[in-house]
Design a protein around this ligand. Sequence first.
Ligand SMILES: [Fe+2]
Length: 470
Amino acid sequence: MNGYGRGFSTLTEERTAESLLIVGAIPDWLRGTLIRNGPGHFELGEGRVTHWFDGLAMLRKFSFADGDVTYSNHFLRTETYKARKQGNLGPGEFATAPATGFLAKLKSIVVPETTDNANVTIGRVGGHMVALTEVPRVVAFNPATLETHGEVSFDDDLTGHVMTAHVHHDDERNETVGLLTKFGKPSTYTIYRLPDGSLRREEVASLKVSRPAYIHSIGLTDRYVILVEAPFTVNPLSFLKLGNDGFIEHFTWDGTADTRFIIVDRERGRAVATPQTAAFFAFHHVNAFERDDSIVLDLVAYPNPDIIDGLYLDRLERGEFKGLVGELRRYTLPTDDTGQVECEPLSEIAMELPTISPTVRRQPHRYVYGQGSVIEGDGFSNYLVKADVASGSAAIWTAQETFCGEPIFVPRPDATAEDDGVVLSVILDTAGEQSFLLVLDGETFVELARAPLPHVLPFDFHGEFFDCVW
Ligand SMILES: [Fe+2]
């Protein structure tokens, strides 16, 4: 593969609590643990999975205390992990086609068989630390050792074939909010809440839909849940067709249709507005908040879902990938069906994997962090960006022959300024043949420290910083 190809290559090695050499200085106040999740192993028998999203889940952990950092990485021991070790795919994946016949496929619709390869995000469910993917199979692990505890069983009757890996924790209501999609005739979007410490999900609202959309994340304000329903949809009968398509290949894009915002009142449990706008696709919401009678919703938008096709491993290998070049965009939405949708770009710098300070969730925010790609040349996530949505300006961190992961902002304790803290990211250094943890100053976006890892880490997706030192 070309330069960034090392980030899509298998790592078999697992390390435990290794002290890292630090170049520069990590602030003494930084105490806690960054846990990240993403694919780490792509082989399948004599071949490999076809898509980046289908690599085996590997956890990465960075523990910070007294200016030092230790590092661990560990694969989730799941049914999928065991199947892959025996050369089998395991239950259905995002894009890699299951090697099963029609009858097995039919059975899997009647009795859904979904993957437990939870390789997308980290969260907390019912007092467990868990790894999540886009189906309702949640895998608990020990944050100290990264050892797998096993699948968490929900104590409720809610069902769905797909569940967003991105969920919102509302620390005022002490609950997590997420979305289940169930395919059928009709299909159903079920927004749920999960009280802290509980395994019983409760229905917030249930919405029928004839052609459900692929929805990767949702928006949350104090009063509302917002679904962004792009015209990238599926006729669920398609899953019954002969042939061996992966899950996402059943979805089709209709660029002549609109993207619809479904605004659900969390207390009343129903949609209060469904404004529409010209078609766009998005994986990631940034933040949402209420302003007067409107909702302000920031996300990273694309003109279509071609980015999914670009992330097949063979296309990456051929250097056809043209970058994570989403547009940071603000939609202002009405909360009833009499108002209009307004849209404005917030930054000229393309980005993906957007994050904000955890202190401004569901409130007006000024700074958005992300990683992005210069399309020319070796264009895969070769810079980090801090976008100031108030001024429209942006700061960039970049270095020769490096490729950047999702930036996570950690606020300094007792900080008053939104950007008083540090930004943590894992960087692939192809020239140095290793990855390193990067620590940037949150305000200046200047490098404070880097800590080289003992190996090249495959690119990951998402992480969370926790105040506990595990
Ligand atoms: Fe994501």
